[in-house]
Design a protein around this ligand. Structure first.
Ligand code: FCB
Length: 463
């Protein structure tokens, strides 16, 4: 990778935006798509805010050319999208649905014609219902199901797609989905089963990485996109920094909100010791071979980063939460605005995993609507993105190799259990008419991309 230019971003920096299949595509029963666990959860009364469903979504499935045209005028260098497993394999395994593959074929062609690099995520939560009925991630066959699916997609698209992500945020589809029942499939299982499902999903990741490398027609670049709990230091003091680093990589008791349980096996081939201790007898019995299956060399570390907790070094180096001042900025989702997460997150991940970083998601939900003048003045999003990108620029200047940044999200979409309540897009979507209206942030991001980030203000004064 080339070093940063005067603007602070490398010359070939991938300015991107991201979406996921179930959140935008709609067309849930069209062209042979099979049902997914999200279709099922959306039918459960009370599961989704407002009783919304992704069945029609943003109707991207039918409006794809219009959406790619909006990406082109935005000047995107890369577009991160996910592939709907039940569109490709309606029953999860077995019969391939040519119409499903044809959709992604058209999408990839349209992106390339628009000069946009496709970044494909194989699994962003829309798990085939039939596989769930056969045990889902609890089944010992599930790693192989995932790898077989990966092989089919890669065989079809890898003459044009070179950037792959295996799975998005296992913390959510396993933790929120199987432990807390908030996400699909809406189960509340005990830790023993939850950890077994996690174990299988990580083996699935490892097998899929091998399947991609063995099948790809052009040299692939592969990563995963986990989330985790990001912790930043309350000050720049060496003690606070060391404390935040430790906290970022700790498994603090029996919680799935951590990074290392999900990521250390993929990269180091072992579970973290503190996690083994916390989960004790609930850790699935496993062999060295399982861990070797999980571990597969990756080309980049995909990081979804939105917010972080700040800590300071307490007595004996223990992490003490640093309270946010009253009135601290919050997004519409009530997530705190913590730009330094995009400095420390990439830096800590780079130090530990020694893989180039790609920010695979970052953005905010705003209270956006189309104004009387027909425009969407989302000033807060512009400010949010500028602050976070300034922090990312600092990380790059300090030597962290960051290959790209994918804003979440290209367009307003179905925000899982929150339905259409939360608007994350650079493009406003009227869910009744499906009309797209680029927001002010779209224009701002377009100009930023055109200058490779030179329009970003100087670093704000730091405490
Ligand atoms: C992430 C998800 C993404 C979107 C954003 C807001 O956790 O990966 O699909 O919902 O949050």
């Amino acid at each position: 990778m080339k070093g940063p230019t005067a603007e602070g971003f490398p010359k070939n920096f991938v300015w991107g935006a991201a979406t996921a299949s179930y959140q935008i595509e709609g067309a849930a029963t069209e062209d042979g798509r099979g049902p997914s666990v999200w279709d099922m959860l959306c039918r459960r009364p009370g599961a989704i805010w407002g009783g919304h469903t992704g069945a029609v979504g943003c109707d991207h499935y039918h409006r794809m050319p219009e959406d790619v045209e909006l990406m082109r005028t935005l000047g995107l260098k890369g577009y991160r999208f996910s592939i709907s497993w039940p569109r490709i394999l309606p029953a999860g395994t077995g019969r391939v649905n040519p119409k499903g593959l044809a959709f992604y074929d058209r999408l990839v062609d349209a992106l390339l014609a628009a000069g946009i690099q496709p970044w494909a995520t194989l699994f962003h939560w829309d798990y085939p219902q039939d596989l769930y009925d056969r045990g889902g991630w609890l089944s010992p066959d599930s790693p192989k199901w995932f790898a077989d699916y990966a092989r089919i997609v890669v065989r079809a698209l890898s003459d044009r797609v070179t950037h792959w992500m295996t799975q998005n945020e296992p913390q959510c589809y396993i933790g929120l989905g199987l432990r807390d029942g908030i996400h699909a499939p809406g189960e509340k299982l005990g830790w023993r089963e939850v950890l077994l499902a996690a174990h299988h999903s990580m083996m699935g990741h490892g097998l899929a990485v091998r399947a991609i490398r063995a099948t790809a027609r052009r040299r692939p670049l592969i990563g995963a996109a986990p989330v985790g709990s990001h912790v930043i230091p309350a000050s720049g003091s060496a003690r606070d920094v060391a404390t935040a680093r430790r906290a970022t990589f700790a498994v603090a008791g029996r919680t799935y909100w951590n990074t290392t349980w999900w990521t250390d096996p993929l990269i180091f081939g072992r579970y973290p010791a503190d996690g083994l201790k916390a989960f004790g007898a609930d850790v699935p019995k496993h062999s060295r071979r399982d861990l070797e299956t999980m571990r597969a060399p990756l080309d980049f570390f995909g990081a979804n980063i939105y917010q972080s907790e700040a800590v300071r070094a307490g007595r004996g180096g223990a992490a003490e939460p640093a309270a946010r001042p009253v009135g601290h900025a919050l997004t519409a989702y009530k997530w705190p605005v913590t730009p330094d997460a995009l400095y420390w997150g990439p830096k800590f991940f780079w130090e530990r995993y020694k893989l180039p970083i790609v920010v695979t998601e970052n953005g905010m939900s705003g209270a956006d609507w189309v104004g009387l003048d027909g425009r969407v003045h989302d000033h807060a999003r512009i400010d949010y993105l500028a602050r976070y990108l300034i922090a990312l620029r600092r990380a790059i200047r300090d030597g962290v190799p960051v290959l790209g940044y994918f804003q979440w999200s290209l367009m307003d979409n179905f925000e899982w259990a929150e339905g259409f309540k939360e608007r994350f897009g650079l493009i406003h979507v009227d869910y009744t008419t499906k009309k797209r209206t680029p927001k002010d942030s779209y224009e701002w991001y377009r100009d930023l991309i055109a200058t490779n980030g030179a329009l970003l203000p100087a670093d704000p004064a730091r405490p």
